[in-house]
Design a protein around this ligand. Structure first.
Ligand code: ZN
Length: 309
């Protein structure tokens, strides 16, 4: 199944989103990029994750789960605010007295900006599933390094009509912390295994060297460097349109960035290097519904078999 391309890409996205909402797969929350999900959609995500768990079980990764919010102080030690200020999410709340409260309510009633009465909390929205992990891993890693299995909702302020570009979505990640060789080997391994896993559910994803949408003029230089150093690969597949395939999985090599920032070392005292693979679960589920149809009962036999449907 594929959405019919209309006049422009925007219309294609709108049409695709409307189809998914009409079918009840996505539940509109009346903000671009924010949805509820049907039982069938959640079932597909759970089954896909279970399949990933099985395929990665021999790695004996440590399972950890972090919430969709993280420590603001840890966040500020990272370069996310330098590179992606337009994507960040900061949690604020009301800490004033009763008089301030009345003033705030009065502004709300008049339709004025009441948010100036809010103050930042100690919390930021988590921008990537692996970010909350690094500050918790202090000190020296064992000889064999560490491999961690993560899953979290992550936030990106990126309102879009493209149903695959959500403001909050789940990433299933496998992170490796160790020597440069261990980190690179992990990325290469998962790039292949990730493609194979997607293939087994009928998604022939293509691996491309990618760069992130770094902000501003300096961002162009950052993006070019990221591409030149081949730090990030994406496995892309059609969701709304073949014209612009969507990254459904990404494999990143962070070099010593997090190791250096958070004092994580290899046994020889050097900064640890890290890498991660992240499956974009909502995007994968959407790709599956768009490719195989809106009723999982009618999906190809081998795909159903793989997912245990
Ligand atoms: Zn990551």
């Amino acid at each position: 199944m594929s959405c019919i391309a209309t006049e422009s890409l925007t219309e294609t996205y709108r049409h695709c989103r409307d189809q998914l909402v009409e079918a009840g797969i996505l539940i509109s929350m009346e903000v671009d990029g924010l949805y509820g999900f049907s039982g069938a959609f959640e079932d597909v995500i759970e089954r896909f994750e279970r399949y990933v768990t099985v395929r990665g079980s021999h790695l004996q990764a440590e399972v950890m789960r972090f919430p969709a919010i993280m420590n603001r102080a840890h966040y500020l030690q990272m370069t996310h605010i330098d590179n992606f200020p337009d994507l960040l999410g900061s949690v604020h709340s009301f800490t004033g007295n009763e008089r301030d409260h009345l003033k705030m309510l009065d502004k709300k009633k008049k339709g004025e900006d009441w948010t100036e009465h809010l103050t930042p909390t100690q919390i930021m929205m988590t921008p990537a599933a692996c970010y909350p992990l690094y500050p918790t891993v202090k000190g020296t890693l064992p000889e064999q390094g560490r491999t961690v299995d993560l899953r979290s909702f992550v936030f990106r302020h990126e309102p879009s009509l493209d149903p695959a570009r959500m403001q909050i979505f789940r990433q299933r990640e496998f992170v490796r912390l160790g020597t440069p060789e261990q980190a690179l080997e992990h990325r290469e391994y998962w790039l292949k295994l990730g493609a194979e896993i997607l293939n087994h559910v009928g998604l022939e994803a293509e691996a491309v060297v990618a760069n992130d949408p770094f902000f501003g003029r300096g961002g162009k230089v950052m993006a070019a460097a990221q591409k030149e150093q081949v730090l990030k690969f994406e496995l892309v597949h059609e969701v709304a349109t073949a014209e612009k395939p969507t990254a459904i999985t990404s494999c990143n090599y962070h070099q010593n960035h997090f190791g250096h920032t958070f004092g994580i070392h290899t046994p020889d005292g050097k900064d640890a290097h890290t890498s991660c693979i992240g499956f974009g679960l909502e995007r994968i589920a959407l790709a599956l519904f768009m490719k195989h149809g809106f009723d999982p009962d009618l999906w190809p036999h081998d795909v159903k078999n793989t997912l245990g449907l």
